[in-house]
Ligand binder design. Structure first.
Ligand code: HEC
Length: 115
């Protein structure tokens, strides 16, 4: 009982500190705001260029925008779960999701098939 209260408190503090990072409600296409979100909320695991720096995090660069939007909404609603993403996604507004999906999908990647 005592432990679960403590861990509930810890989760609340984590969420509160993540929400504190949200600078202002993002307006679509405000590049500086989107960049700040990428840097504060995503880059530690996915890189600001979408090449994952955390083993186990996905590469996001060049991914279909629609796919990114769907996955972020799924983490936010709880229909897709991951210890880290479920927490991060709960702090995102619809505009954030749109903007972050724009950012990562717009990064150009080149591919080369194995010979
Ligand atoms: C603490 C590390 C961490 C942070 C911060 C983080 N992610 Fe993730 N992300 C992960 C991990 C780990 C996965 C793989 C989760 C899984 O298996 O479902 C993932 C998965 C995803 C996926 C699904 C990719 C796919 O191929 O299905 C998207 C989209 C995504 N992250 C976007 C973001 C965005 C946008 C941010 C910033 C708002 C962000 N993530 C912040 C660790 C992180």
């Amino acid at each position: 009982m005592h432990m679960s209260k403590i861990s509930l408190l810890a989760s609340c503090l984590l969420l509160a500190s993540l929400s504190g990072l949200l600078l202002e409600p993002a307006r679509a296409g405000d590049a500086a705001v989107v960049r700040a979100k990428v840097q504060t909320l995503c880059q530690n695991c996915h890189g600001d260029d979408g090449v994952a720096v955390l083993p186990g995090a996905a590469n996001l660069s060049g991914q279909q925008k629609e796919y990114l939007v769907q996955q972020l909404r799924a983490y936010r609603s709880g229909s897709r779960r991951n210890e880290q993403m479920s927490i991060v996604a709960k702090t995102l507004t619809d505009a954030d999701i749109e903007n972050l999906a724009d950012w990562y999908s717009a990064i150009k990647v080149t591919v080369e098939r194995p010979k």
